[in-house]
Design a binder for this molecule. Structure first.
Ligand SMILES: Cc1cc2nc3c(=O)[nH]c(=O)nc-3n(C[C@H](O)[C@H](O)[C@H](O)COP(=O)(O)O)c2cc1C
Length: 300
């Protein structure tokens, strides 16, 4: 059985990776299983300089999901290069850095540095709904996405995957901007802008007031968007949003995803990503599929 896929030039041993921000830099979860079992590890959103993120409370549970407004807390690219990258390199898996910035110059400076590191690709986060500047300001228009992607493409030789926000009217149009600007792949979806109110305090639960919804609650929205994007572009798709097992992953691949990320599912059970790899193999055996690539985008 062949489970290998090529995501935007990144050769993955299987189609399963982890969604940025739900896996840190892999250290904590490496206590549970061998990270070499994953097709790739995607890091926490990493910026040019360290960021403290938003004030707590920054997460809360909702029906079949969760809200977060972390605000891209991270130690910065230099710290990552010196401490986390050597740790991750010990494993036989691909390393994709989720890159975030608050201006085009910042994205470009960051990607110049990432281009010199021993990593396998970059996932450009143009989609975080929880920071006041950057990301969403670029991520929700064709022109914004095209501008950032074009500038980053000039300095980045490594595989470039651009991560999209679902908080737009026409996701296919935004994906087209990514393709037109020369990116190698597109990833979706980031979280849906949402809110929870404490009815006794008569106040928002999150200090940031609003946050991003993720987990199984968003899966049908994510599948629909992956399918729409698959009809609109020719570059590979990294699909995510509520995946917690092999069957969910297969659904995304049938909709057009070449690979999938596990996000909030890691918080339910730290083994979710490896169980998803096993679930995909199980499905292939039952359905007598000898190459996983045969199911990508079958549903038109
Ligand atoms: C706690 C938390 C932190 C996140 N941080 C990031 C981030 O730093 N960069 C990013 O692109 N997406 C971030 N995301 C979004 C996820 O990568 C993913 O796109 C989203 O959660 C949908 O997948 P899921 O339903 O499987 O969680 C974060 C999500 C959560 C729950």
């Amino acid at each position: 059985m062949n489970t290998k896929v090529n995501l935007a030039g990144i050769e993955m041993k299987n189609p399963v990776t982890v969604a940025s921000g739900t896996f840190g830099y892999g250290r904590e979860i490496s206590q549970f299983f061998d990270l070499s079992k994953l097709g790739a590890v995607i890091t926490k959103g990493t910026s040019l300089r360290p960021k403290n993120g938003n004030k707590p409370p920054r997460v809360c549970e909702t029906a079949s999901g969760m809200l977060n407004a972390i605000g891209l807390q991270n130690p910065g690219v230099e710290y990552f290069a010196q401490n986390d990258l050597p740790f991750l390199r010990k494993y036989d898996t691909k390393i994709i850095v989720n890159a975030c910035g608050s201006s085009i110059d910042e994205y470009v400076e960051l990607c110049k540095i990432l281009n010199t590191l021993d990593i396998d690709g970059v996932e450009l986060n143009l989609s975080c709904p929880n920071v006041k500047e950057g990301c969403m300001a670029f991520g929700n228009s064709y022109d914004g996405v095209k501008r950032v992607t074009t500038e980053v493409r000039k300095v980045l030789d490594k595989p470039l995957i651009v991560k999209l926000t679902p908080n737009v009217t026409n996701i296919a149009e935004i994906a087209k901007a990514v393709e037109d600007a020369g990116a190698d792949g597109v990833s979706l979806i980031n979280t849906l802008l949402a809110m929870k109110i404490d009815i006794y305090k008569k106040a928002p639960v999150l200090a940031n007031k609003t946050g991003g919804l993720s987990g199984p609650a968003i899966k049908p929205v994510a599948v629909r968007m992956v399918w729409q994007v698959a009809q609109a572009v020719n570059i590979p798709i990294l699909g995510m949003g509520g995946i917690i097992n092999g069957e969910d992953a297969i659904e995304f691949m049938l909709a057009g995803a070449t690979a999938v990320s596990i996000g909030a599912g890691n918080f339910i059970d730290p083994y979710t990503s490896v169980k998803t790899v096993e679930g995909i193999e199980e499905y292939m055996k039952n359905q007598k599929i000898d190459d996983i690539n045969q199911i990508i985008g079958v549903v038109k």
